[in-house]
Write a protein that binds this ligand. Sequence first.
Ligand code: GDP
Length: 311
Amino acid sequence: MKRTDLRNIAIIAHVDHGKTTLVDGLLKQSGIFRENEEVQDCVMDSNDLERERGITILAKNTAVSYNGIKINIVDTPGHADFSGEVERILSMVDGAILLVDSAEGVMAQTKYVLRKALEKGLRPIVIINKMDRQDARPAEVLDEILELFIDLGADDDQLDFPVLYAVGRDGWSSLEPHEKGEDLQPLFQKIVEHVPVPEGDNEGPLQFMITTLDYDNYVGRIAVGRIHQGKVRTGQQVSVCKIDGTVAKGKAQQIFTYQGLSRIATEEATVGDIIAITGLSDINIGETISDPENPAPLPVMKIDEPTLQMT
Ligand code: GDP
């Protein structure tokens, strides 16, 4: 099944190149769009609201909407870590935005995260950001980026990356380096066009990789990840495939999707959705939440070698 109404992306960047500010801009503009269109129903009644009160932690992931299409934006660590977290997070998405400061250009973390994204087979969209800087040098920076793609062994599809120019702080993007944009519409449009829609078998047995964990005093551990296959319903029995090969039983107490900066309780989530599941206490990163009758673990991401450190 193809989810044409959904895109899952990560924004990857060197620290301070403007990731947070850009996400704020996307949220802001998405809020404006939201008033003018029908947003896909999020099942939410008073019961759900009450249940949701158990959740106090701010979601790390955000979701924006554009022309009725939901865009999940997952957070990537702002530093190189060796736990494999970047890789796991990139396994949740079908596309990436590589954000580069128009003056600073390619930096250590740009290389590190781009390498991971290319290894995952993602085809990044490039944004040269902070075009308002006096010392902006977009043409040179674009050359540096192209060189980096080549150095990292990008394939032809990946090398054919779209480029946008932006001032995230002022909430605009443009397809031309010498043209000030109106808003972030060109970026939204490019995301929708360029990032593949999530695919997977909606009818097959559930497979959900626990990518990150949140914790809440009231509900305990919260599993965050993407549904790679099948669907999950609130209250459903599930099995948890442990790293050591054993299988535990449990119940998906609540299911949350993302909207804006919040988590919204939902009755059912399907293949491609990035969700949070509560009610499973003894869970860990890398485990697969799966069908009670057909427990089938997803391959566990390898752990980073320190030798793969930034070059
Ligand atoms: P992050 O570390 O990538 O999340 O970067 P932030 O979004 O926190 O931004 C880092 C710094 O760059 C902050 O001081 C922002 O105000 C600034 N900044 C973000 N976007 C722009 C921009 O478009 N132009 C300029 N000149 N500064 C920006």
